[in-house]
Design a protein around this ligand. Sequence first.
Ligand code: FES
Length: 573
Amino acid sequence: MSDKKKLRSTEWFGLSGKMGFTHRSWMRNQGHPDHMFRDKPVIGICNTWSDLTPCNAHLRDFAEIVKRGVYEAGGFPLEFPVTSLGEILMKPSTMLFRNLASMDTEETIRANPLDGIVLMTGCDKTTPSVIMGAASVDLPTIVVPGGPMLNGKWKGTDVGSGTLTWQLADRLKEGTITEEEVIEAESCMSRSAGHCMTMGTASSMASTVEALGLTLPGFSSIPAVDSRKKVMAHLSGNRIVEMVKEDLKLSQILTREAFENAIMVNSAIGGSTNVIIHLLAIANRLGVELSLDDFDTLGSHMPLLVNLMPAGKYLMEDFYYAGGLPVVLKELNAHLHNEAITVNGKSIEENSKDAECYNREVIAHFDQPFQKDAGIAVLKGNLCEDGGVIKPSAATPELMKHKGKAVVFETIEDYHARVDDPDLDIDETSVMVLKGVGPVGYPGMPEVGNMVLPEKLLKKGVKDLVRISDGRMSGTAYGTVVLHVAPESTIGGTLALVKNGDLIELDVEKRSLTLHVPEEELEKRRSEWTPPKPLAERGYAHLYINHVEQADKGCDFDFLKGSSGSEVQRDLH
Ligand code: FES
């Protein structure tokens, strides 16, 4: 760097006197020579590694590869941990802690002598949480996605993370599989480092982050254990140093156009409904106008181009071998904002124009899609005044227009207690309704919206029912499931007023979700309704309940919208 002042880190390491001595001296205990503190971009490697987050457990080693790239390019890498959100172990829901992890990331970046940031991501919430945090500081930033596991292999067939779990849950209830077979399937499904290898939330987020322009091209789909993943991690270390020199900030990449690209791509890949909530939250941090309706307007008529579970047949490893996301971007180029800039300084079009597809069973031509109009649809109606969402590519076509009687579960505990009761008044025409699983109500909006069907219906061969809730659904799940109903039941949304036997009508083509109960009756129920007692009266959950916004706004805290920039308000001493 010719002008030291351009480097934010010189405000720490470039000082003379007591403060310069202090900032450098304690760092020297790690054995850094003097020249590392002189005129070098300091690159923060924000690591979501944790043994408790199996999908990110390999990222500790990966950070070393990124560091090699940083050193090679003339930077000074300093790795730091942030709250890691492991989807599989954390209770009651990682979503409860996404905003906490974003605050951890934001404050750690701002408070330290960092010029550029590498975000090491993987499991579902680890991606949006660190991007949200970094966006509120807005330094040059690049994402290193940890990559999917290798294909699951069980009894001679490919099995997908999560998707197999739902299938096994149904088969156990049907009585067509034994507990011993299920235990055997555990390690057959998860047989390498990496995150879920279906097009679940982790793969969807990694793909949309590449579409946003935040990764090197083609990075997101490479399996975690493929040596080419390491090459990309090394090159990302090289590139972030250049980005600091170019002062290419996150906000220059994450424009409205980039978000529009990401919405279209998420539809074309059959991506997760969770992406909606995360993109809304990230956009809000940057002051980019984005609404729930944009997902329908821009995405719902997109064709399904990727044949991956849960909507299709293949897995992420196959997607990578078929050419990966650059092929999808090339197929969509008549619709995307091709000039949108990415972390390598090139446009999305420049990065994808030479992409070749090696397997059309996995990635289709735009004109010959696996399904038309496959993107997420946004529903409105008196049952979801501020919106609800459904993923048509994962639903049963015959149920997309359906009218049936409500079978209501007041809480998730109520659902578990009664769903398999042989006397439960439910049949294949019923509509299952679950309350109390929204952001405030649970709290933390868990992935329970795709309720497993009652045993007695599964044994009759029923495979799907219309299901409605204010919760979320795992990106690996499937079914005719209406999610993210807003306002949620716990804060008095109409969902709170639904009773057993009420007629509910879903019409996806008309984008409507209607509770057929006269307005006078609804008013009566509303006047008699009392909100449930909050489940947390202290600590972080208390903060969450009091400040989380509804799903149609991205479930961020009301006080976290926007950016505070990279300036530190007061000095250390
Ligand atoms: Fe981590 Fe699926 S559980 S990505």
